[in-house]
Design a protein around this ligand. Structure first.
Ligand SMILES: [Zn+2]
Ligand SMILES: [Zn+2]
Length: 768
């Protein structure tokens, strides 16, 4: 048994060295929360209550019962509460109650991954309800099992891809399931975002349409991580009014959450002599070693497998110097291990035999440990909800746990460690998608017409752009109008690729073995899978030997060079049509359609660990054309001059503000900084003014720019604060330098960007 460790002791130990104490920007004491149990709803059959009690669920938490009541009453509902708050019970109660009472009723459960569907199946089977015939349906389901599911299953656990590819096109085979469909559960619905989310939104509309023809009108129950505006996202995803339940009534242990910023180093210089921070990986390794010395069972999350190994190795090395007998109690947890090996590591950590474990973020969901003393997050994991997911691994009953977020050198991490409210206050990140994207909608209208002819009434279901997109499909000869509606006339089945738009996905193939590792969507291939790129796939590192765009193949080899790569692109943008606009004193903010031409021209190599720039390699890739959505703001010349930004100073200030704005948008819209791009210019041919554009990097747009427009005041305030918070003198990767800048990060004016954003926000935009 591990002796008790107190967070106070841990923190004190970490801060004992004053030079390190300065790296702690903030400590938030997240208090424990008492659970609020309520009685079982009266309509839940006693059998189900008994079986749940046998599983240790004595009573539901208030939010579970509330969501279950709403669904039982026929209201569409989204439960948006924390990790481990028991969202499953919220849909199990109405769904299983119904299936127990009505032998013919059916329900669909959709999850983003096969593994999660299998987990849920295990959970339902553990209740031993023989009347509930539950089964999974995915690409691996053998044919004979599939027949059984089709004919007999009451609860079908599947995924949007199967709906799209198998169930909807062959709906008459599935008529029993569809006619009796009472509930559709959409689990982890925050993962349906961007282009993928927009596709899934259309698949759900197709499902609703087909159900309607079979006379069924299922109730949707969605489960989401804690995000801003869950009802808005859930309504967009389903096209239905959805009631949110977001008051978490499950108990939680107390956590001390420290925000940690690595120091600037003197030894290395980055681009244009910019200072470079000590890497988050090196800091995390030291932290893990310190925690092990304190006998704290700790887990470190790292982005790549290589990074996880570097953290484990660094911690061992530090221990060999200080307390050598502890060095063997640190390990790395990785994808390559067999399940038995992983379970063994988990068990050793749980028992305290192993004290420090470093793992990749990719394995987060598969990891089975909890109740640890401390968790170290090496860099922002991509969304605020995953921060809580990871931090939630720490915490034992009656004792405060420790979580540390170590910032990487980019503007978003910098902002978070200096602005704790963004993490600990009300959630600001929203799950963003755009079902009206014509490039997404078009293929789904074809699929829908092939399933059942499209009628006038159907158009309302597919949204306001449906009419226009339909007219285009008719003109292109893909659909034909007949008295009973629009028909798909080709012999071949139409298809839509749920993972992308604007071209076939590029396959990643291991050159030596011919093994297919996965795919990268066409629009990301230029920047992520170009020749020479270091590509991370599920935490493992590969180098791209050659990208063949005609064949849509990238040949890769497993390799772990001591550098990372980032593609640099140059962009031109023209305004096609402003859609929404707001004018302030000297500043105009607009959301609209744009044409973007961008070209990946080179890539930059940066040494892992130190962040030192090793060089830049040119690339020969064709330009890409996109019609997409953008948000842009213009600033009047008088306003710029009033803060000392004359003609020659403007480009650097606008450019720096553009870079940081791109870096910060992922905090508000669930996107990656590689999903968006920007252009800044002191004199735009379209607006005739100094202008900063930020655009969606996907054909037709994915909702990111729209979200930026809707929350521009908060987004630009955060951008301004991130730049101002960075202690560097003239701009660095933690504030205004961008790894993807096609202009080699020139010109950049850090102070000018702060003054620029100050006048923009003072124009009235900041108050909107
Ligand atoms: Zn800086
Ligand atoms: Zn740039």
């Amino acid at each position: 048994m591990t002796p008790a460790v107190t967070t106070g002791a841990l923190l004190a130990r970490l801060l004992r060295d004053p030079s390190r104490g300065e790296r702690v920007m903030h400590v938030e004491h997240v208090p424990a929360r008492e659970g609020r149990p309520v009685p079982w709803p009266a309509w839940v059959p006693p059998l189900l209550v008994d079986r749940l009690r046998l599983q240790g669920v004595t009573e539901p938490w208030e939010h579970q019962a509330h969501a279950a009541e709403l669904a039982h009453d026929g209201r569409h509902v989204v439960v948006s509460t924390g990790t481990a708050s028991g969202k499953s019970l919220a849909y199990q109660l109405p769904v299983l109650s119904r299936l127990l009472e009505d032998e013919g009723a059916t329900a669909l459960y959709l999850s983003p991954t096969k593994a999660l569907a299998h987990d849920q199946l295990r959970a339902v089977r553990a209740l031993h309800l023989t009347q509930v015939r539950a089964a999974t349906l995915d690409g691996d389901t053998p044919r004979e099992d599939r027949d059984w599911v089709r004919r007999f299953a009451g609860l079908v656990l599947t995924n949007p891809d199967m709906l799209h590819r198998s169930l909807l096109p062959r709906h008459s085979d599935w008529s029993r399931l569809l006619r009796n469909l009472r509930y559709v559960v959409v689990d982890e619905c925050h993962t349906y975002r961007g282009v993928f989310g927009s596709h899934v939104a259309q698949v759900l509309r197709r499902l609703r349409r087909v159900c309607d023809r079979y006379g069924a009108e299922p109730v949707f129950v969605l489960a989401s991580a804690t995000v801003s505006d869950p009802e808005g996202s859930a309504s967009r995803l389903t096209g239905l009014p959805v009631v949110p339940v977001s008051s978490d009534a499950s108990p939680r242990g107390a956590t001390a959450f420290a925000l940690w910023e690595p120091p600037l180093q003197d030894a290395y210089a980055g681009e244009h002599g910019a200072p470079v921070r000590r890497s988050a990986t090196a800091e995390a390794a030291d932290l893990l070693a310190d925690l092990v010395v304190e006998n704290a069972r700790s887990l470190a999350f790292v982005r790549s497998r290589r990074g996880a190994e570097a953290v484990a190795l660094g911690a061992r090395r530090a221990l060999l110097e200080s307390v050598p007998e502890l060095a063997d109690r640190v390990a790395a947890y990785r994808a390559g291990y067999l399940p038995e090996e992983r379970r063994a590591l988990e068990a050793r950590l749980q028992s305290g035999d192993l004290l420090g474990l470093a793992t990749t973020n990719a394995l987060e969901l598969g990891l089975d440990v909890s109740g640890l003393d401390a968790v170290v997050l090496t860099g922002w994991p991509g969304t605020v909800s995953s921060v809580w997911q990871q931090a939630g691994r720490a915490g034992r009953a009656g004792q405060e746990a420790l979580a540390v977020l170590v910032a990487r050198d980019d503007p978003l991490d910098t902002y978070l460690v200096h602005h704790p409210q963004a993490l600990f206050g009300r959630p600001v990140e929203a799950t963003v998608l755009d079902p009206s994207n014509p490039y997404v909608l078009g293929p789904h209208l074809c699929c829908a017409a092939a399933e059942l002819p499209l009628t006038e009434e159907d158009l309302a279901l597919f949204g306001e752009t449906a009419e226009e997109v339909l007219a285009d499909l008719v003109e292109r000869g893909l659909l034909r109008k007949r008295p009973r509606g629009w028909f798909w006339t080709s012999r071949e089945r139409p298809d839509a690729d749920l993972r992308g738009v604007g071209g076939p996905p590029v396959r990643l193939v291991e050159a030596a073995t011919g093994r297919l590792l996965g795919t990268v969507d066409h629009s990301s291939a230029h920047s992520q899978a170009h020749t020479g790129a270091v590509y991370l796939h599920q935490g493992a590192s590969y180098v791209v030997e050659a990208l063949d765009l005609d064949e849509a193949v990238a040949l890769v080899r497993a390799d772990e060079p001591d550098y990372s790569t980032s593609a640099r692109d140059v962009t031109e943008i023209t305004v096609v049509e402003p859609l929404r606009s707001q004018a302030f004193a000297g500043v105009t903010l607009t959301f609209g359609t744009v044409d973007v031409t961008h070209q990946v021209v080179a890539y930059l190599k940066k040494r892992l660990g130190s962040g030192e720039v090793l060089g830049e390699e040119p690339l020969d890739l064709p330009p890409r054309q996109l019609r997409t959505r953008a948000v842009w703001y213009t600033v009047a010349p008088e306003l710029l001059e009033s803060v000392g930004l004359g003609w020659t100073a403007q480009p650097g200030a606008l450019h720096a503000a553009e870079h940081a704005a791109i870096g910060l948008l992922p905090l508000f819209a669930t996107c990656d900084r590689w999903d968006i791009g920007g252009v800044s210019t002191a004199l735009s041919a379209d607006t005739g003014l100094a202008t900063v554009f930020v655009y969606d990097g996907h054909q037709g747009g994915a909702g990111f720019a729209e979200r930026a427009y809707a929350d521009a005041a908060a987004w630009l305030t955060a951008t301004r604060d991130a730049i101002a918070a960075c202690e560097c003198a003239g701009g660095c990767p933690s504030c205004v330098q961008s790894p993807k800048c096609g202009n080699g990060n020139e010109p950049l004016d850090k102070d000018g960007a702060v003054r620029l954003l100050d006048v923009v926000l003072a124009s009235g935009l900041g108050a909107s």
